[in-house]
Design a protein around this ligand. Structure first.
Ligand SMILES: Cc1cc2nc3c(=O)[nH]c(=O)nc-3n(C[C@H](O)[C@H](O)[C@H](O)COP(=O)(O)OP(=O)(O)OC[C@H]3O[C@@H](n4cnc5c(N)ncnc54)[C@H](O)[C@@H]3O)c2cc1C
Length: 394
């Protein structure tokens, strides 16, 4: 979120008169963004989120041709398998209509098509799924690095390893940020501090119902892939080097992203590491944490065995593949599952973007764009500002 805001702000600001400075306490990607599954798609049930995700996908799709840099966007397609509850079965039809009206490419598919899309999947003959061909996943580290580089290319400064940054507020107005590397005077300060935000705004007397939840992923060996014929691997000879495909965007995957609502898991290949990542859908059973988790935490054994079992039920091929470790991290959530984007009502010039409940990569380009429109006092075209307004928690 921070690098997206910096990127969009730098595009609008004069680097000499209105410099954009991104201050990171640790290193870029030190928070949950560095440990994310980074699945992106636009097949949401909520109209606002679906429209934003659609626009973000466009930005991710075109970033290489527009800038020469890649975010490792692997458009594998995303297959959704709705749960069996009456509500879900009725809901997906209405979702498809809404998504189609927004120009999102998503189609209903039957059992035969599902088996053709995901080799080795087990579904009953009356199964239905939703196929979104534009969805896939990003390389999280590459995305953060690319956004930061583009922000710098537009004149922003990024400073990592800045300890103890403190927002300075005088007479209910932000004046700057005090850091270990000196004072940064600022008319506007944006807190894109993920799960750390609750404490930071709390110190300024703001109480928002932000919660930090523990999330886990288990890693399984990626199933073997049919070798690609050499003539299919043409890397576009004769093109400018900057338009050659990034290996992160062209490494083969064993199958598309699978979002199985009935069995409550998501599964996506992670080809650079030869593994697949499995996570649990929904927040209902996630344990609440007092604060963000440190790096290199593993998932519980209970989670790992649940993840393996859930995946093998749908994709038996994983039954013969090795466990390749796990990861625990955190997400920041609000009671209604929407993020917070806007100015802290009691402090002029202090802005916040957080609490996106696990949709952060999907929404980051739109959030960065819209927040900058808000700060400049322009009409917000990137999303409906009321939807994310912190005022709903007054
Ligand atoms: C396992 C897992 C899977 C996920 N899967 C997906 C997915 O498939 N799709 C998706 O869209 N999202 C997904 N998410 C959600 C998402 O990736 C993250 O929650 C999101 O990236 C958070 O972004 P952020 O920038 O708000 O926070 P963070 O990435 O946590 O960044 C906050 C940064 O602020 C810094 N910081 C904190 N305090 C200060 C301070 N005082 N001064 C300066 N810097 C400070 C931290 O060091 C950190 O680098 C997933 C998350 C997890 C954990």
């Amino acid at each position: 979120m921070g690098v997206s805001v910096a990127l969009h702000a730098a595009a609008r600001c004069d680097p000499l008169n209105e410099p954009v400075v991104l201050v990171e306490r640790s290193h870029m990607g030190a928070g949950s963004s560095g440990r994310s599954g980074a699945i992106v798609h636009a097949a949401y049930s909520d109209r606002v989120l679906a429209g934003m995700a659609r626009d973000s996908l466009k930005q991710y799709t075109h970033i290489t041709t527009h800038t020469g840099r890649s975010v490792g966007y692997r458009r594998t397609g995303v297959l959704f398998l709705p749960g069996q509850s009456e509500e879900e079965q009725a809901g997906y039809q209405a979702d498809l209509e809404m998504q189609s009206a927004l120009g999102i490419d998503a189609d209903e598919v039957g059992a035969e098509e599902i088996r053709g899309l995901v080799s080795g999947i087990e579904v009953p003959d009356d199964a239905v799924g939703i196929w979104q061909p534009d969805g896939g996943f990003l390389d999280p580290g590459r995305t953060i690095e690319t956004f930061a580089k583009l922000a710098r290319a537009r004149g922003a400064t990024t400073r990592a390893g800045v300890t103890e940054p403190h927002v300075i507020v005088k007479d209910s107005r932000v004046t700057g940020v005090e850091t270990s590397q000196g004072y940064i005077e600022a008319e506007h300060v944006v807190l894109a501090t993920g799960a750390w935000t609750r404490v930071l705004v709390g110190e300024l007397g703001v109480e928002w119902p932000l919660r930090v939840l523990r999330t886990e992923e288990h890693f399984l060996e990626m199933p073997p892939i049919e070798p690609i014929e050499e003539e299919e691997m043409d890397l576009g000879g004769g093109h400018e080097t900057r338009f050659l495909p990034d290996p992160l965007e062209s490494l083969p995957v064993a199958h598309p992203v699978l979002i199985d609502r009935g069995n409550c898991f998501y599964l996506r290949c992670d080809p650079p590491r030869g593994r697949s990542r499995v996570g649990r859908l929904g927040f209902a059973n996630l344990p609440e944490l007092a604060g963000p988790l440190g790096p290199a935490e593993a998932a519980t054994e209970e989670f790992s065995s649940w993840a393996r079992e859930a995946v093998v039920t749908r994709m038996p091929v994983y039954g013969d593949l090795e466990d390749l470790g796990s990861n625990a991290s955190h997400i920041s959530v609000t009671p209604d599952g929407r993020g917070i984007v806007g100015q802290v009502p009691s402090i002029k010039g202090l802005w916040v973007v957080t609490g996106f409940s696990g949709l952060d990569y999907t929404l980051a380009p739109s959030i960065g764009e819209g927040l900058v429109q808000m700060i400049e006092g322009r009409p917000v075209a990137a999303f409906d500002p009321e939807f994310f307004s912190p005022k709903r928690f007054d």
